[in-house]
Design a protein around this ligand. Structure first.
Ligand SMILES: [Zn+2]
Ligand SMILES: [Zn+2]
Length: 572
């Protein structure tokens, strides 16, 4: 549930954090605002109401200074510090910080030296060679920044899957609530679960196309409209198309508008070879008689095919597969294997996380807070890790059902390939995730060596976000992935599909390859707050696109089975 006041204050806190970073403020102060923003986002009550009831001060992360800011917001709708900061910078400067590879320090320098305050101004300065006199802006950096600007612009056109899913849910909810709408569904690349989506396609069965068009036109800037189709631009940037289609050809329309283009070309070719014609209204035989149209299943069946799951409709080669993979279902996952709590940089207590996991019907939840080298993420020292282990054991004794918290850690693979905790500590944990969080720009050879060394250590279960990419923000680091998969398989280390919509790392192709190399796959939300548990279905979509079945997933194992992977642990 979203409260408007929470959303407004979240944005204000995020902007304060960005401005402070730009000013070169202490990183912990910056993080405090980021953390507060994340906490607000996940609140199930209005922050105004919480403040008025006096309950806010007891919320973790809300010290006196932050409560004071909330009080200003409740009284005036603004925060003084925010307004002060805002007035001391040009209006577009925060967008500048979105340029991948730029960062606050460089942005601040550019602003100070050349008064660059927008992405357009930066691009111009880079192209005209104006920045080369500034320290740290050599040719390599300039090329990287131009690449970053291109990524940023691409991201403005293609939204992340998570964002489009939410938008689709919102719009479909509104359409389904209309009395004249019988059915409303999303098609296109969203339905195929692609990691980014260029536009959203909605299909509706209705008794009055006219009324639906009128309603839909009111939701955004109209860029095209006809009797059964309207296109709008959502938030001024993102195109959403809505089509009204007859009930009897709904399956054909869903098939047609789901794509992909290549899949549809292959399917139409197959129809043609059978002397039929396939279009958005149905499948027609040589006499022009419609022989299938109401459901996708009957269309595929008449073409001599099993129903092909949307996530697999890509190159057209899937038409020739001997067997379609068993489609992975969310209900086949017994738990979430990557989460952060208040002990490191998450916003919730272990109790809150356990409660949420049980509410979602999980058998287990792996708590994988950061290890000690991640100082900015409040990484755990050995002492704190051990204390957390005791706390988890205490909570586990108290659960009435079979639910278990797994005592884990997200352990840094350091620059030389060693791990951030010694072996005897890792041996005591229920679950060990390892990951690269620093020194991204190594040579591919050095990075391969580093990762392979890290996952060859004993007691490692999962390599998290293996390539380090952030969609539309950062290309991943380079390594010899075939080698990594091979070493992972030899050591029984699973590769993660990190379910965060910003990462979805491994991507579909890489995950398929890792599985084909004999690796297990692990789905982890990397949740830092309760709403981020919602990322798990995005990971399921990605796994489906990779053709991964439940039997290849660590998450499909019971916690007892997960435990047998660590035979050195005493029975509980
Ligand atoms: Zn991580
Ligand atoms: Zn993490």
């Amino acid at each position: 549930m979203a409260f408007e006041d929470n959303q407004q204050l979240t944005r204000i806190f995020e902007e304060i954090a960005d401005f402070l970073e730009l000013q070169g403020e202490n990183i912990f102060k910056v993080k405090a605002y980021q953390k507060a923003a994340r906490g607000l986002e996940g609140l199930e009550r209005s922050v105004t109401e919480l403040y008025r009831s006096g309950a806010l001060a007891s919320m973790p992360g809300f010290g006196k200074a932050l409560v004071e800011k909330v009080s200003q917001f409740v009284d005036t709708g603004e925060v003084e510090l925010h307004q002060e900061l805002k007035s001391s910078f040009p209006p577009e400067i925060l967008h500048l910080m979105d340029v991948p590879g730029l960062g606050a320090k460089k942005a601040a320098l550019l602003y100070k030296e050349l008064a660059i305050g927008s992405v357009d101004a930066l691009e111009k300065a880079l192209r005209e060679g104006l920045v080369t006199d500034i320290k740290g802006f050599g040719k390599k950096t300039v090329d990287k920044l131009l690449e970053g600007i291109a990524l940023l612009r691409q991201g403005e056109q293609r939204w992340l899957l998570g964002r489009v899913s939410q938008l689709a849910e919102d719009l479909l909810g509104r359409l389904r609530a209309l009395p004249m709408v019988e059915r409303a569904e999303a098609a296109g690349s969203l339905r195929r679960g692609k990691e980014t989506v260029g536009d959203l396609d909605l299909l509706v069965i209705t008794s009055s196309a006219e009324e639906v068009m009128k309603f839909f036109s009111g939701l955004g800037e109209v860029i095209g409209s006809g009797p059964t189709k309207t296109s709008i631009r959502w938030e001024g940037t993102f195109q959403v198309d809505l089509r009204c289609v007859p009930a009897e050809s709904f399956g054909a329309a869903m098939q047609y508008f789901t794509g992909s283009l290549d899949h549809n070309v292959a399917l139409r070719g197959r129809a043609k070879r059978m002397s039929c014609e396939l279009n958005e209204y149905g499948l027609f035989d040589a006499l022009g008689q419609c022989i299938a149209s109401e459901t996708e299943e009957e269309i595929y069946a008449k073409l001599g095919l099993p129903w092909i799951a949307p996530e697999l409709r890509e190159s057209g080669a899937e038409l020739e597969w001997e067997k379609q993979p068993q489609r992975l279902e969310l209900s086949q996952l017994r738990g979430n294997l990557h989460t952060h709590s208040l002990w490191s940089d998450g916003t919730d207590t272990l109790e809150q996380l356990a409660e949420e996991a049980q509410r979602r019907g999980y058998q287990y939840l792996a708590i994988t807070d950061h290890s000690r080298s991640m100082v900015v993420a409040n990484g755990l020292s050995i002492d704190r890790l051990l204390a957390q282990g005791e706390e988890i054991a205490r909570l586990n004794r108290g659960f009435q059902n079979d639910f278990r918290l797994l005592w884990g850690s997200e352990v840094d693979i350091l620059g030389d390939g060693s791990l951030d905790f010694p072996e005897e500590i890792l041996a005591r944990l229920d679950f060990v995730v390892v990951a690269v969080h620093s020194q991204f720009s190594m040579s591919p050879e050095a990075m391969t060596e580093r990762i392979c060394r890290g996952i060859s250590r004993p007691h490692v279960d999962v390599l998290a976000h293996p390539t380090g990419r952030k969609i539309n923000r950062r290309v991943g680091y380079q390594a010899d992935w075939e080698k990594v998969y091979q070493v992972a398989r030899e050591h029984g280390v699973a590769l993660e599909i990190n379910c965060s919509p910003r990462r979805l790392d491994l991507n579909d192709k890489a995950a398929r390859r890792a599985r084909d190399c004999g690796c297990m796959i692990s789905l982890g939300t990397d949740a830092h707050s309760l709403p981020e548990f919602e990322y798990l279905p995005l990971g399921v979509l990605q796994a489906r696109r990779a053709g991964i079945e439940a039997t290849s997933l660590l998450n499909h194992l019971s916690w007892e089975q997960l435990r047998t992977r660590r035979p050195h642990l005493a029975d509980v």
